[in-house]
Design a protein around this ligand. Structure first.
Ligand code: ZN
Length: 441
C-alpha cells in the first residue's frame, strides 16, 4: 500500500465528530492506518468484552487503548504498554491514565499553530492557486479531526479550547506561516493575528516568529526580525528553508543570506531557531527539506540552538548523523510534530525506528515533544500514545536504541523544552490548573 502522509487521514472508516474527543480521533487513525483492517476486526470482540456497542467503545478511552493493544497483537511486537484490563474496564483504564499522567504531567508542545487570519483565504482575491492547495490540505486535516469548518476553526479560540483546556499540554509553543507570495502579499498567518493566543494565555504559551525568508530581501528580513523582537517580544524563530519566492528556497548555512540573520538573533538575545525539515510536501522542493545545512551553522553559532522540526523525517537519519559522529555538539535539537502522529498509528515499527534513532544519536536531552496541532485537532491522543509507546526489545538489542524510560519520556515531553526556553514550570503548572478549572466550569 502506498503511504501518503497527507492522504492518510482521508477516508477514515470512522469520521470523528467531536473535536474535543481526542480518543475518537486517535482511534480513527489506528483504524484507518496500515494495520487498520486487522485492528478493526479485533475491535468488535473487545467492545463485546467491555459490554459496549462498537460506536460507544470507539469513542471512549477504552477504544484508543484497545487500538494500541490490537496493534501489538497484529504486529506481533510490543509497541504499546497496554494491559488487557485497560481495554475492558473503564475504571482500570482511568487508573492507568492517572498513573501515566502523574509520571509525566508537565508537557510542552513545541509545535503548534493557529491556521487562519482576518479575511481568511479567498481564491483569486487574496490567495493564489498554490496557496489554496495548502489551505485545502489543512482544511481536510481539520475536518478529518472534527473541526467542521477546517482552517476557519483553527482559530485562537479553539487553540485554547483544544490544546490548553482539553489536553494535558501545559505550555504550547506556536509559530506562524509565511509564504506571503501565495497569500496576497500578507503572511498566511500573520504575527498580528497569532499574537492574540499569547495575549489570552500568557502563562501557557510561547510565541515564535516566522514568515522570514532572505529571498524577500535580506534587509527587509532583518528589519522584520528586529520589529518582531521589539513589538512582539518573540521567544525564538521557526522558519522554512523552502519558500514561495521565485528562488524557491535558501539554506541556514548560507554565509551571505543567512548568517546576518543569526548574527542579528545573537544581538537580540534570540537563542532558539527552528526550521521545518523533512515532510517535503506539495509544491515545495524536497531538497530544502534536508537537514545538511544544520551542520555548518551549528558549528559557527555555538551559542544558538537549532531545532529540526518534524525531526526531518523521512531524512531523520541525516539530522541524527550530525550528532552521532560529532558527539561534542550541544546545540542540535529535533522535534517530533506530525512525524510521531503520522507513524505511531499506522507504522509503529517506523515510529520506533525514528524515535530510537533520534534518542540514540542526538540523545534524550535533545528530542522535543510536538504535535503540530491544531492541524491534528486535539493533541491528547498523541500524548496518550506517547506515554504508552515503547521501543520493542528486538530493536533495543539490534539497533542499540534506548528503552523509553519514564525519565526519557519526561525529558522529551517537557523538561528539554523548559530548559532551552527557560520556562517557569511551577508558574505554568499553576496557570494550567486554572485553565482546566475554567474549562470544567
Ligand atoms: Zn507545523
Amino acid at each position: 500500500m502506498e503511504f501518503n502522509i497527507l492522504n492518510h487521514f482521508k477516508g477514515l472508516e470512522h469520521q470523528p465528530q467531536d473535536p474535543l474527543n481526542a480518543n475518537e480521533i486517535g482511534t480513527s487513525l489506528f483504524l484507518g492506518g496500515n494495520m487498520g483492517d486487522r485492528i478493526s476486526k479485533k475491535m468488535d470482540g473487545y467492545a463485546k468484552s467491555a459490554g459496549m456497542s462498537r460506536r460507544n467503545f470507539i469513542t471512549s478511552s477504552l477504544g484508543l487503548s484497545a487500538a494500541m493493544f490490537a496493534a501489538n497483537e497484529a504486529s506481533g511486537m510490543e509497541f504499546f504498554e497496554v494491559t488487557k484490563d485497560e481495554i475492558s474496564d473503564l475504571d482500570a483504564n482511568k487508573e492507568m491514565m492517572q498513573v501515566a499522567r502523574a509520571s509525566s504531567d508537565f508537557i510542552v508542545d513545541v509545535h503548534t499553530h493557529v491556521c487562519t487570519r482576518p479575511g481568511h483565504y479567498v481564491l483569486g482575491k487574496n490567495t493564489s492557486e498554490r496557496g489554496m492547495w495548502f489551505v485545502q490540505l489543512l482544511d481536510d486535516l481539520g475536518k478529518a479531526f472534527g473541526l467542521k469548518n477546517g482552517t476557519l476553526d483553527m482559530n485562537v479560540e479553539n487553540y485554547g479550547k483544544l490544546i490548553l483546556e482539553n489536553s494535558d499540554t501545559t505550555v504550547g509553543i506556536y509559530n506562524p506561516f509565511g509564504f506571503a507570495e501565495h497569500y496576497g502579499g500578507q503572511d498566511m498567518v500573520p504575527m498580528s493575528y497569532q499574537a492574540a493566543v499569547r495575549k489570552q494565555y500568557p502563562k501557557n504559551t510561547i510565541m515564535l516568529a516566522g514568515g522570514l525568508t532572505p529571498n524577500q530581501g535580506l534587509s527587509k528580513t532583518l528589519d522584520r526580525l528586529r520589529m518582531y523582537a521589539k513589538d512582539y517580544q518573540i521567544s525564538g524563530l521557526k522558519l522554512y528553508t523552502f519558500d514561495a519566492t521565485p528562488k524557491k528556497g535558501w539554506w541556514f548555512d548560507d554565509e551571505k543570506l543567512a548568517y546576518p540573520i543569526w548574527e542579528e538573533c545573537r544581538k537580540l538575545g534570540i537563542k532558539n531557531i527552528g526550521c521545518h525539515k523533512g515532510i517535503p510536501f506539495g509544491q515545495f522542493y524536497a531538497r530544502y527539506a534536508h537537514a545538511e545545512d544544520f551542520d555548518a551553522v551549528a558549528d559557527d553559532f555555538l551559542d544558538l540552538n537549532f531545532i529540526a522540526y518534524h525531526s526531518a523525517w523521512p531524512y531523520h537519519a541525516e539530522i541524527a548523523a550530525l550528532k552521532s559522529f560529532k558527539p561534542q555538539r550541544k546545540n542540535l535539537y529535533c522535534e517530533v510534530g506530525s512525524t510521531f502522529a503520522a507513524t505511531v498509528s499506522s507504522r509503529p515499527l517506523e515510529c520506533a525506528h525514528v524515535l530510537g534513532t533520534l534518542l540514540r544519536d542526538l540523545g534524550p536531552d535533545y528530542v522535543l515533544w510536538g504535535t503540530d496541532s491544531l492541524l491534528w485537532g486535539n493533541p491528547q491522543w498523541q500524548i496518550d500514545a506517547f506515554r504508552k509507546f515503547q521501543i520493542p526489545d528486538e530493536l533495543v538489542e539490534g539497533y542499540g536504541y534506548p528503552k523509553l524510560t519514564p525519565e526519557i519520556k519526561r525529558k522529551v515531553l517537557g523538561e528539554n523544552a523548559a530548559r532551552i526556553w527557560n520556562i517557569d514550570k511551577q508558574q505554568a503548572m499553576q496557570a494550567k490548573i486554572g485553565l482546566r478549572a475554567e474549562a470544567v466550569a
